[in-house]
Structure formats: C-alpha cells, structure tokens
Ligand binder design. Structure first.
Ligand SMILES: Cc1cc2nc3c(=O)[nH]c(=O)nc-3n(C[C@H](O)[C@H](O)[C@H](O)COP(=O)(O)OP(=O)(O)OC[C@H]3O[C@@H](n4cnc5c(N)ncnc54)[C@H](O)[C@@H]3O)c2cc1C
Length: 238
C-alpha cells in the first residue's frame, strides 16, 4: 500500500542555475521532519492559485541518504504557473510540500543490469536512483542514455563525467539532436537504445523518464525489442 504523504514547510537553502531555463533547488527540512522516501519518488508543492489550493508534482533529484534535505531540478515552462513561481524563489524562501509519492522506484535486489533513459529534466529521478545505487555499492552494469537538444542542455554533465571516471560499470551516453559542435550521438534516445541493445536485451531492466511523447516512443521501441513489460519502468512528466 502507498505510504501516507507527510506535509512539511521547508526552506530553499540553495539555488543553482543549470541552464537558462533549468534550476537546481536544495530544500532543507526541519530536523524533526520524516523525509523518508525511495529514490525515484516525487514530492508535491502546494500553492494557492486564484484563491484555490493548487499542487504540482516534482521528482526528487537526490538520494534519500541526504540528511533532511532534498534536491529538485525544475524547468521553466513558458506561461507555467508553478515553474514560474519556482523561478522567482530566493534562497531562504519557504515552501509547503508533501512527500513521498509514486511507484517509479528501483526494483531491489538488483538482479539485472540497469539502463536509465531520460530527456531534459526527466533526469531528476534517475539522478537520485543512480546516486543511491552507488552509495549501496551496486556492481551491476549501469547505462545512462540522456537526450537533449543542445550540448549546453546536458544537466549535471560534470557529475556524469566524474561517475564515469570513478566507476568502470557506469556508461554515460549523451545524445544531442541539434548540437552545433557535437561529435557524439545525435539520434533520439529510443533509437540509441535500439542501436545499443537490440538482440542483447537479456538481463536488463529499463527505467525511463521524460515528457509523454518521449516515454511513448521509448515504450514502443522496448516492446518492439521484445523486452518483457515487467522490465520496463516509467515516470511520465505530464
Ligand atoms: C510525476 C511527475 C514528476 C515531475 N517532475 C518534474 C521535475 O522533476 N522537473 C520538472 O521541471 N517538471 C516535473 N514535472 C512537471 C511539473 O509537475 C509541471 O507540470 C511543470 O513544472 C509545469 O507546471 P506549471 O504550473 O509551471 O505549468 P502549467 O501552468 O500547468 O502549464 C502551462 C502550459 O505549459 C504546458 N506544459 C506543462 N508542462 C510542460 C513541460 N514540462 N514542458 C513543456 N510544456 C509544458 C502545459 O500544457 C500548459 O499549456 C513532473 C510531472 C509529474 C507528473
């Protein structure tokens, strides 16, 4: 049964601009708050809109191991009410939140190698999951296929490069569809998945996250590759 969400006011302790339209937020909770969640889950932020309660889900972009802290990775949507509100926040501001929600979590114990596929801020829950896997000493092969339009859009690039250096079992495959000086992959994420894994899908678990069209295309590709449905896990940003 789903865990009952817990409501807390929490303070923004740090804001980092990752690109012109994406910010990373570090949120500090009171020390007596029960902030337990499973890597990959999401929280809700609660606001008022036109005098009415209004809430929106945001994936937790960090590992549950942080001490009363969560991180978020939020894209500014043109004309978007809550994302614009987030972009106007300052360090020290307080937000009303509830957590945890969602079933997009790692299947444990890890019997299979893991393939993570994300586009844009869909990287958020995958980042929390991958951090958590390495904290727990996961020795399975891990691929991260991360799709973006431009090379400057690749969120947390330094972290992925650092993980690649530290862990031989981590394979980072960025793909950029409209790159200007880009020599790497240019195909859509689902086509990269097909290229890498067609005919070699045994012993793989797939975790995908992004906007609905990307998730739909990826799901169709994976099913077309005869991956059993129980090996396919998704979070769709609607
Ligand atoms: C489980 C879950 C987890 C999510 N996690 C994240 C996350 O980690 N980071 C994140 O940035 N977002 C995430 N989202 C999306 C987020 O909840 C909001 O939908 C998004 O921030 C837009 O809200 P808004 O109030 O600013 O826009 P709204 O005022 O609701 O929408 C304004 C307009 O923008 C369109 N729109 C809405 N979302 C998008 C989008 N993402 N891209 C392009 N157009 C859009 C709408 O159709 C509408 O026309 C998640 C969604 C779900 C369901």
């Amino acid at each position: 049964m789903a865990e009952k969400p817990r409501f807390y006011d929490a303070a923004v302790s740090r804001i980092v601009s990752l690109t012109d339209t994406v910010k990373h937020f570090v949120i500090d909770y009171p020390k007596d708050a029960d902030t337990r969640f499973i890597a990959g889950q999401f929280m809700m932020v609660h606001l008022q809109k036109d005098g009415q309660p209004h809430k929106k889900p945001y994936s937790i972009a960090s590992s549950p191991s942080l001490d009363h802290q969560i991180e978020l990775c939020i894209k500014l949507v043109e004309g978007g009410f809550v994302s614009t509100w987030f972009f106007n926040l300052k360090e020290g501001d307080v937000l009303r939140t509830s957590l945890p929600y969602g079933v997009f979590t790692l299947r444990e114990p890890w019997e299979e190698n893991l393939v993570f596929v994300g586009t844009g801020t869909g990287i958020a829950p995958l980042r929390g999951m991958i951090q958590n896997l390495y904290e727990k000493g996961c020795a399975k092969e891990i691929w991260l296929i991360f799709g973006n339009r431009y090379e400057t859009d690749i969120l947390y690039l330094d972290e992925w490069r650092e993980l690649e250096k530290r862990h031989k079992n981590f394979h980072f495959i960025p793909t950029v569809s409209r790159g200007k000086n880009w020599n790497g992959e240019t195909a859509y994420v689902q086509d990269v998945v097909k290229k890498l894994f067609a005919g070699k899908t045994a012993g793989l678990d797939f975790y995908g996250c992004g906007l609905v069209p990307m998730c739909k295309a990826l799901k169709e590709t994976l099913i077309g590759m005869n991956i059993p449905r129980e090996k396919i896990h998704f979070e769709q940003f609607t």
